[in-house]
Ligand binder design. Structure first.
Ligand code: SDX
Length: 431
């Protein structure tokens, strides 16, 4: 029987002691429960960026950053990416178990049932400038779904919450494709419910009324793989945002809209777009050493986009899988993309460089994904939208998990560094 871990905190100034209970997960690092700290020793804790702080317990996704492990509900990402489909993974993340064939069929039907959006949403989208960034459009349009469903949603009802989750999963591809087509000046393409999830999305993206559009099986398959890999990643910035907004009792559409906005940042999901912009900036493989040098220079704001991770201090298992998929897709689609050679050279040099080794910086999920999106004909400005479509499954799964259990409103503390109390002086007496 392993000895129960005890952690004792002693405040030498007061002589007071506090035993901090250890919250043991089924995997991963033991965590100290510090809730009693303010009321017993009178201290709060300070952890900017939450580098060492758990905000919740969860049964959905497990990551071991040192070993490069990622599991959805206990299933290794390598097995799911090899043998599952995005909708089956969505069912797993939402419900905790892999579905039977009948359950998967029913779930597919539920998602397919919700693929259409209210026609007024298409008018909403038509009001944007043609060159509006699609992530800006997505945040606005997804948030507006609350206007269509808010009054017909009982947040206390588990059934209503599940329907809202299914609506989000079903409608994100429809809204994303509509945003892209607005930018292209093309008419809206309505979802073809006879198609599977990724085929339906590609059809909505690229079909034109004037001719038959045949979805490439290779493209649909690799897109399904990318969606599986991006589906969830425990308490990353955008998921934590969704949970925080959800903790106020806000409706799920508002929560997901907040998640979309958080994901857009180049330090997070916006990195896949930033990686392609970086490759374009580097221009030629001969320039790679110069940019590696810039990435190491503290006085230079340039960072190697697609490199580094808060949790993975070894390889990101998703990057390994995507890198392999790059080779296969480029070959199957007969695409010769010089950016692939540049990516491989950049990775090779960086991984031999002391700076990256010492800081444990490896390619992350965003480093190679853009090369595949390019091969599928998806424009760079839509890369983070692709991430958002996939991550909607994780966002709504984590929102459901939080909504199904009593939750306190999230309200972090601060260390105040402003002025101490002072007296108001009328304007004429101020210097
Ligand atoms: C995603 O959390 C998730 O799970 C996110 C995600 C998901 O699925 O939800 O995995 C998706 O967001 C992946 C990350 C995509 N972002 C990028 O590729 C942007 C480039 N990467 C960095 O901005 C950075 O690595 C972060 C934001 C990803 C991680 O930042 P941390 O954990 O806060 O690490 P840090 O900024 O404290 O860096 C540690 C050191 C620093 O040097 P020192 O101050 O210690 O001297 O490493 C350096 C950093 O300057 N560093 C880099 C670097 N990343 C970190 N130096 C050059 N290039 C980089 N990319």
């Amino acid at each position: 029987m392993s000895k129960k871990k005890r952690v004792l905190l002693t405040d030498e100034s007061s002589g007071k002691e506090l035993e901090l209970p250890v919250v043991a997960g089924t995997e991963g690092e033991p965590t100290l429960d510090i809730k009693a700290l303010p009321s017993t020793l009178g201290y709060f804790t300070y952890d900017p960026g939450f580098t060492a702080t758990a905000s919740c317990t969860s049964k959905i996704t497990f990551i071991d950053g040192g070993k490069g492990i990622l599991r959805y509900r206990g299933y290794p990402i390598e097995q799911l990416s090899e043998r599952s489909t995005f909708l089956e993974v969505a069912y797993l993340l939402l419900n905790g178990e892999l579905p039977s064939e009948a359950q998967l069929q029913k779930f597919r039907g539920e998602i397919t049932y919700h693929t259409m959006v209210h026609e007024h949403l298409n008018e909403f989208i038509s009001g944007f400038q043609y060159d509006a960034h699609p992530m800006a459009m997505m945040a606005g349009v997804v948030g507006s779904l609350a206007a269509f469903y808010h009054n017909r949603m009982d947040m206390e009802s588990q059934e209503h919450r599940m329907v809202a989750a299914q609506r989000m999963i079903a409608k994100m591809p429809t809204i994303a494709a509509a945003c892209y087509r607005h930018h292209m000046g093309w008419p809206t393409a309505y979802p073809q419910n006879s198609l599977r999830y990724c085929e339906r999305f590609l059809h909505m993206m690229f079909s034109v009324p004037s001719e038959e559009y045949q979805v490439s099986e290779v493209s649909a398959r690799v897109l399904d793989l990318l969606f599986i890999l991006h589906a969830d990643h425990e308490q990353n910035a955008s998921t934590s945002t969704v949970r925080l907004v959800g903790s106020t009792g806000a409706n799920p559409y508002a929560c997901v809209a907040a998640g979309i906005s958080a994901l857009w940042g180049p330090a997070h999901g916006g990195a896949n777009e930033a990686v392609l912009d970086m490759f374009t900036q580097i221009g030629d493989i001969s320039n790679v050493p110069k940019f590696i040098k810039r990435a190491k220079d503290k006085s230079d704001p340039f960072r190697l986009m697609g490199f580094g991770h808060r949790v993975y201090k070894n390889f990101d298992p998703r990057a390994t899988i995507i890198r392999q998929a790059c080779y296969e897709v480029l070959e199957e689609l007969g695409v010769n993309d010089p950016m692939m050679d540049m990516a491989l050279e950049l990775e090779r040099i960086a991984l031999e460089d002391e700076y990256f080794i010492e800081k444990k910086l490896y390619p992350n999920v965003d480093f190679y994904s853009g090369i595949i999106y390019r091969a599928l004909g998806i424009p760079v400005s839509m890369f983070t939208v692709m991430f958002a479509i996939a991550r909607t499954v994780g966002w709504v799964a984590q929102w459901l998990e939080q909504s199904n259990t009593p939750t306190k409103i999230g309200r972090p503390r601060q260390v105040y560094k402003g002025p101490t109390e002072r007296k108001y002086e009328p304007p004429h007496s101020r210097r």
